[in-house]
Design a binder for this molecule. Sequence first.
Ligand SMILES: [Zn+2]
Length: 293
Amino acid sequence: MAEWRIDIPESEAATGSGCASPAAGTTAISRSAAALLREAATRTRHSFRTGLRGLIGIVYPPTCIACQAATGDAQALCPACWRGIGFIERPYCERLGTPFPVDLGAGLLSPAAIADPPVFARARAVCRFDGTARELVHRLKYGDRVELSLTLGRMMAQAGRELAADADLVLSVPLHRTRLWRRRFNQATALARVVSRETGLPLATTLLTRIRRTRQQVGLTRTQRADNLQGAFHVSTAMRGLVEGRRILLVDDVLTTGATVNAASRALLRAGASAVDVLTFARVVTDGREVTT
Ligand SMILES: [Zn+2]
């Protein structure tokens, strides 16, 4: 069966107060006494939690999620690391999401998008894959810092709000099961989970599978990457009903040449998806040079 999960905001997911209605025959006095006791207990719990948070703050003061310098808030960036993020904003290619150096008007496509159109419809990213962004992605991916997905995913939901408004569901680029086993978690799924929660779009984690184990893409040229991913993704016949006619928002951590998301998009379109948009935290901006990093 499909794992078809809709994340519920924490406030809504929380259980009720746990206080049953007063039993029949309880007097007004005992009711108000019970209410006072409940209020006192709530206050004690609240001050205990506040105290505990304060204590944790003293023992583990909040640090920058990229460089670990002291910060005012938990899960935040220090001013220097914030300045080290190359945010991508319009003007950019409406198809590839690559930034334009000058604003030549709305709705323009880059020469790369015209010469070699991608399989996906549109790609958007929070920032360029360099400086702070590179550090954050490496920490998320290889440093077992899954909690980073909260901050990065929220930034992605903001950068991808136009794509989310048109999408029917969120998907992450899957890892092959052996790689998932070795790495313990899929960073793309962790990000997709936050994007789903922030946008209210359902998250489908098992629609798309990686059926072929591929070589690491690092160090491969654009052509080699595309060849490496031939037939790597698959939508099973049982899952086709969930894909047919739907516009999909595909989430990954980094867009490099686009070979991975193109291969995943191709599998989804073959299974009947109406369109695929791609949302990543960072993207490589090469100004036309071949990427081998
Ligand atoms: Zn920092």
